[in-house]
Design a protein around this ligand. Structure first.
Ligand SMILES: Cc1cc2nc3c(=O)[nH]c(=O)nc-3n(C[C@H](O)[C@H](O)[C@H](O)COP(=O)(O)OP(=O)(O)OC[C@H]3O[C@@H](n4cnc5c(N)ncnc54)[C@H](O)[C@@H]3O)c2cc1C
Length: 497
């Protein structure tokens, strides 16, 4: 489907390796062409966005206007109020910033992007569609459909604006583990981990820029429909908030918290020990490349912490994209390596001490207080600590009717409640825990076979388990209290005075 970017206008600062031509238009783009449209999906930001830089650059070279299109799917991987509220609030800020600083309009559509985007391209007679990159199958299918539906003359370019090293450049194949991809990525960092060029202003204005979007109603609508999983309060959405978390003067990760990353990041009692960037990275409200550049600039101060952070941010995160890009079965047992499938199936009918249904797990009704605490942290706080995620998913394997069911339940819960869910990192996290993806074989034992095992006693050796349970109890109590107060205030407002 994709070919190297031969027919592009030579781009200002966007390396050709970052761009794939998904469809070559029949008419060269600079000859009597229409505008450029950037269908934004995964990289929802103005700053440090290679796809936006490319779209504006191509528009200026062809002397045509440029717009951003965003499609709000009716249903996308089960997103609820928590995820959609965060996303739309971020987009509302982006809309304002794009209008004010660059006069680039946003057009918002609802429904299926495979229909809305080609329709929009037809209406505005666009010549070039630029999109950002996601390895998820829903989006790839959608792009294939868009390529089929747009007119022959339209070109479609995909820009990997999410990964530091574009996924198709880092490796041409499914990688086995961090060990096999690390060297490939590191070798390419001098070429790709570079400063962003300044974003040019569009030279031609879009004819009618006053596109009104009723963000308040849209947000109210998603909050109502997805009320089952309410929004979180501790994490402000948007690009500015993301930069504050990365390097704010009050509590920024690189400015205030970096030192403890190498010691505290595996301690669930110290959530501030982690960067807290995953919600922003997931929605593309911050660029991983920006995070990496800023981290490198303070490397001398805390070399160990920066190395550990870059390993997670670049190697592990991009390994997850590699898995989803090259493994069509990235969220099922079929996607596990042969050795893992064999060992898991060999132990699928082993006797379990407990078997819980999805509902029991969802309600945190197991005999393990530690597991229940992690589930409640996810349900109420919206972000389970990274260390607990591994234990959590491995226990689901132990307590359900086999690996496929364990995988389905863990992905279902992860995607429903995590603010950073529905992400390649989530699918790979569950596949790592349940199916040993990117891991190695360990000593064989019941149920797990050769898949790495984790247990309560191991957690006890690593951190204060009772302290974590008490911490989550407090967290849940506070969240419930705030929710009740909020509800009360809302009801009082509605009552006639
Ligand atoms: C079962 C399971 C489910 C998971 N689900 C998700 C998910 O839905 N979304 C998600 O973003 N991550 C997921 N992870 C990976 C990891 O736990 C989170 O990225 C991390 O806890 C997010 O917190 P942070 O940004 O504060 O982490 P930090 O340690 O500060 O990491 C910085 C960034 O590096 C990346 N990163 C960190 N750890 C990993 C990892 N193990 N694999 C890939 N990238 C990593 C993330 O983008 C993260 O935001 C999952 C892991 C497991 C085991």
């Amino acid at each position: 489907m994709a070919s190297p970017s031969s027919a592009l206008h030579k781009s200002n600062g966007v390396q050709s390796g970052r761009i794939r031509v998904l469809k070559e238009g029949s008419r060269p783009f600079n000859q009597g062409g229409g505008p450029v449209v950037y269908w934004m999906f995964r990289d929802q930001r103005l700053k440090d966005n290679w796809a936006l830089i490319h779209a504006v650059d191509q528009a200026n070279k062809a002397n045509v206007p440029v717009a951003v299109a965003f499609n709000l799917f009716d249903q996308f991987l089960g997103a609820k109020a928590r995820q959609l509220g965060f996303m739309l609030r971020g987009l509302r800020q982006l809309h304002r910033d794009l209008q004010e600083s660059l006069q680039i309009p946003i057009f918002l559509f609802q429904g299926e992007a495979a229909e809305t985007i080609p329709n929009f391209l037809r209406e505005c007679r666009a010549s070039l569609l630029v999109t950002d990159f996601s390895p998820l199958r829903e989006i790839r299918r959608c792009k294939e459909e868009i390529c089929k539906r747009v007119s022959d003359s339209v070109s479609v370019h995909e820009v990997d604006a999410h990964n530091v090293v574009p996924i198709w450049v880092a490796s041409e194949k499914l990688e086995y583990s961090a060990r096999t991809i690390r060297g490939k990525i590191n070798k390419l960092l001098p070429e790709y981990l570079i400063d962003f060029p300044p974003l040019q202003c569009p030279e031609r204005e879009w004819p009618a820029t006053n596109q009104f979007i009723d963000w308040d109603s849209l947000i109210a609508d998603v909050l109502r429909k997805g009320a089952e999983v309410p929004e979180i309060e501790w994490c402000d959405p948007g690009e500015n908030a993301a930069m504050e978390v990365l390097m704010g003067s009050k509590d920024g990760f690189l400015t205030k918290r970096l030192k403890s990353y190498s010691v505290d990041r595996n301690n669930p009692l110290k959530p501030r020990g982690l960067s807290g960037l995953s919600p922003y990275l997931h929605f593309g409200q911050i660029s991983a490349q920006r995070c990496a550049l800023e981290a490198r600039s303070v490397q001398k101060l805390c070399p160990q912490a920066v190395d550990a952070f870059l390993e997670e941010l670049i190697v592990r995160r991009e390994l997850a994209d590699n898995f989803c890009f090259y493994q069509p079965h990235y969220d099922s047992l079929q996607g596990a390596w042969e050795w893992a499938r064999k060992t898991l199936m060999g132990h699928a009918s082993d006797k379990r001490e407990h078997i819980y249904t999805r509902e029991q797990l969802e309600k945190a009704q197991t005999a393990d207080l530690l597991w229940n605490a992690s589930q409640l942290e996810m349900v109420h706080y919206g972000k389970m600590h990274g260390f607990m995620r591994m234990y959590w998913a491995k226990k689901i394997l132990e307590w359900t009717n086999g690996p496929q069911e364990a995988l389905e339940i863990s992905i279902y819960l992860n995607d429903k409640y995590e603010i950073d869910g529905r992400d390649p990192n989530g699918y790979v996290g569950c596949m790592w825990s349940v199916c040993g993806v990117h891991d190695q074989g360990w000593q064989e034992r019941p149920i797990f076979g050769k898949i790495r095992y984790m247990n309560h006693a191991g957690c006890k050796r690593k951190f204060d388990v009772d302290g974590y349970i008490a911490y989550v109890k407090r967290l849940v109590g506070e969240t419930k209290k705030r929710k009740a107060e909020h509800l009360l205030a809302k009801t009082a407002k509605k009552l006639p005075s």
